[in-house]
Write a protein that binds this ligand. Structure first.
Ligand SMILES: C[S@@+](CC[C@H](N)C(=O)[O-])C[C@H]1O[C@@H](n2cnc3c(N)ncnc32)[C@H](O)[C@@H]1O
Length: 275
């Protein structure tokens, strides 16, 4: 009789703790100060004053909203997210690190960005492409309309967007940081629907943590977004483009753009919409 094979020992797959997961994420993809500087500068150009009240949609850990209230005692922020996990990390690691008086001016809302709220703000942001989760044009029109309803008269809605040929094909990019490597993995792209499946992986030491974040999105084109914003009732949209260094790489300086731009392999930019 054949000997029964010994059952294989299950090797538990290593998992990042909540704190490791968000520390790695924030250390790889976020720069709240650069976003704040950009918004402050552009809002001032539009209305000749400082924006004081921010709503951060899809806020995750709310890093940006917490940085917002730290600007002065006149600054207030609300961060909206459906998921308690990033919010709990943000409360412990961003909110509680602020002086007590600043903490009072920031509120996390465990809620849906599509819902009605009883407050209006100077600025609404939806960053890190979170609204790409709306795959149907009608849903995006509804979301943008909700944002417009919640903006003050002198308000501004900022979104970021990304594109280029390299972003619409299976491709894994990696960026080495001091203590970890970040992977941005386009796993699939459907040219008929513009649907993409992106993953974020991390490597720490010898261990690669796969699919720590997963994004089932639709890629939205810049002009399409401006059309959808107009359909949602925004009166004007401004698009920005990043300047380049001598070596041709992005220099982090975004300016208003009205001329045709270079068709880069990969780009990130902002749109600002006015109510
Ligand atoms: C890509 S993360 C963005 C986090 C953060 N804004 C950033 O810049 O890194 C997307 C976040 O959107 C949240 N989310 C998804 N659908 C939402 C909805 N309808 N309303 C509120 N939050 C939502 C998720 O829970 C997740 O934390």
């Amino acid at each position: 009789m054949a000997k029964k094979a010994a059952p294989k020992k299950k090797v538990p797959s290593k998992k990042l703790t909540r704190d490791e997961k968000y520390q790695l994420y924030e250390g790889s993809v976020q720069n709240p100060q650069a976003d704040l500087d950009f918004i402050n500068k552009e809002y001032k150009k539009l209305y000749g004053k400082k924006p004081l009240v921010l709503r951060e949609d899809f806020c995750g850990t709310g890093a940006m909203a917490c940085a917002w209230v730290a600007q002065s005692k006149e600054h207030f922020a609300k961060g909206i997210d459906l998921d308690m996990e990033p919010i709990s990390y943000g409360v412990e690691n961003h909110l509680f690190k602020l002086p007590e008086n600043d903490q009072k001016r920031m509120e996390y809302i465990l809620g849906n960005v599509m819902d009605n709220y009883n407050f209006k703000t100077d600025v609404v942001v939806a960053f890190n492409f979170s609204y790409y989760l709306f795959k149907k044009r009608n849903d995006l029109v509804k979301y943008f309309s909700q944002v417009r309803k919640h903006l003050k008269k002198d308000g501004a809605f900022f979104i970021d967007l990304f594109g280029g040929n390299e972003t619409r094909q299976p491709l894994e990019e990696s960026v080495k940081h001091k203590n970890h490597t970040y992977f941005w993995d386009c796993n699939s792209y459907n040219p008929l629907t513009a649907e993409v499946q992106y993953y974020i992986h991390f490597k720490k030491g010898e261990t690669k943590y796969e699919k720590v974040f997963s994004y089932d999105w639709r890629m939205w084109d810049a002009q399409e977004l401006r059309d959808v914003l107009a359909d949602a009732g925004f009166s004007e949209t401004i698009i920005y483009w990043e300047g380049v260094d001598k070596d041709g790489s992005g220099n982090g300086v975004f300016t208003r753009c009205t001329k045709p731009v270079e068709n880069c392999d990969s780009w990130v930019t902002y749109i600002c919409a006015l109510p």
